[in-house]
Design a protein around this ligand. Structure first.
Ligand code: NAD
Ligand code: WQD
Length: 339
């Protein structure tokens, strides 16, 4: 299939393109580069041996999308483009609603008008809010999000669901990612946050490489085995492969699909620090800090629906995730070079 990948220069998108090519698909990327560097795509091309056509286009730009969709015929779209910083979304809610929601509306109208009614959407475990059931199944009701970023995901799930109901020609797969970490085994592509990392693993790797003095552990008084927050970390390559499986569901005309993509295992912050130190033989100094507002104690998936229906299961464990995150960081201490 020929796939339009929005946000393909970013962290998950770049890894997914590699898995698409490995599975015999081709891709075209649109990205406005607001949170990425085109060097990621040059490195992807080195890994796949194929140049991926890239267009610096904002998904809110209908004319720009029309130009790309006029030039290529797409069988499906994998829609990664969006802003994703939780804290920033609290400070700039309108920018997040405009970029993520308005952008997706422009995108799906353009797809429809160009005759492509197949889309995979990057949703998030954040839509469960403080989950009612652990491990979290897809039956668990969506919850109250604690920030505008989370609401954009929750609302867009509703938009895409309503769209598919109204026009069953659409195949829509909503993928709720848990906590993606890790990097491609080559160590040439990975997560490249701007400024101070918000997420745990990039912070850990930046401490390990000496860019930051110590990790702040946000709270050790949660109701968890060691008091620190528990999450379902998933290797980004496993996550990428989940998209290839979701494309097969689209080929089978799945209609509406909704899947958790996680490993089903919960690890605490201190479990991650210890695994990282052990696998990589480096120290990660830390100190306990107050809880971070909006955080929940425990969040991990029941991923069995994706295994049953998509024939997808995460294969990498926490040690491989820590090894590959470090391999990327130590080979690229400053991320991608600025152009
Ligand atoms: P990322 O920031 O690395 O990639 C997103 C890409 O989208 C970036 O390259 C950015 O430049 C691009 N983009 C943003 N707005 C755009 C617009 N208006 N037009 C065109 N391009 C635009 O993030 P990621 O970690 O690769 O996440 C990919 C998707 O998965 C996002 O939608 C994110 O919300 C979702 N997600 C991420 C996580 C996570 O922890 N990384 C978890 C759950 C869901
Ligand atoms: C993990 C654990 C922190 C940083 C976020 C978004 C979610 C999704 C994934 C996109 C928590 C602790 C973290 C640090 C720490 N993104 N921590 N020190 O909060 O589970 O999820 O990213 O959809 O929407 O909310 O991930 O990596 O920020 O935190 O102690 O410096 O690590 O408190 O327990 P989170 P995270």
């Amino acid at each position: 299939m020929n796939i339009l990948v929005t946000g393909g220069a970013g962290y998950i998108g770049s890894h997914t393109i590699i898995e698409l090519y490995k599975a015999g698909h081709t891709a075209v990327v649109v990205d406005n580069l607001s949170n990425s560097n085109p060097e990621s795509l040059r490195r992807v091309a080195r890994i796949t041996g194929s140049e991926v056509p890239f267009f610096k286009v904002d998904i809110r730009d209908r004319e720009g999308l029309d130009r790309v969709m006029g030039q290529f015929k797409f069988d499906a779209c994998i829609h990664f483009a969006g802003l994703k910083a939780v804290g920033e979304s609290v400070a700039k809610p309108l920018e997040y609603y405009e970029n993520n929601i308005a952008g997706t509306l422009v995108l799906v109208q353009a797809l429809r008008d160009h005759g492509c009614r197949n889309i995979i959407f990057s949703s998030s475990a954040t839509v469960y809010g403080n989950p009612e059931i652990i491990p979290i199944t897809e039956q668990c009701p969506k919850g109250v999000c604690t920030n505008p970023y989370g609401w954009t995901k929750s609302m867009l799930e509703q938009v895409l669901t309503d769209m598919q109901k109204a026009d069953p020609e659409w195949n829509v797969v909503l993928l709720r990612y848990f906590n993606p970490i890790g990097a491609h085994e080559s160590g040439t592509i990975g997560e490249n946050p701007n400024g101070i990392p918000n997420n745990l693993m990039p912070y850990v790797t930046q401490v390990a490489v000496g860019k930051r003095a110590e990790l702040g552990v946000f709270g050790n008084d949660y109701d968890t085995p060691d008091g620190t927050g528990v999450r379902d970390y998933i290797h980004v390559v496993d996550l990428a492969r989940g998209h290839v499986k979701a494309l097969q569901a689209i080929e089978r005309k799945c209609g509406l699909g909704l899947y958790n993509l996680g490993t089903g295992h919960g690890y605490s912050v201190l479990d991650v620090v210890r695994a990282f130190e052990k696998v990589n033989g480096v120290k990660v100094p830390y100190s306990i800090k107050p809880r971070r507002p909006g955080d929940i104690a425990t969040c991990y998936s029941d991923p069995s629906k994706a295994e049953r229906e998509l024939d997808w299961k995460a294969e990498f464990g926490i040690e491989e995730m820590c090894r590959d995150s470090w391999n990327w960081q130590k080979n690229n201490p400053d991320g991608y070079p600025e152009n």
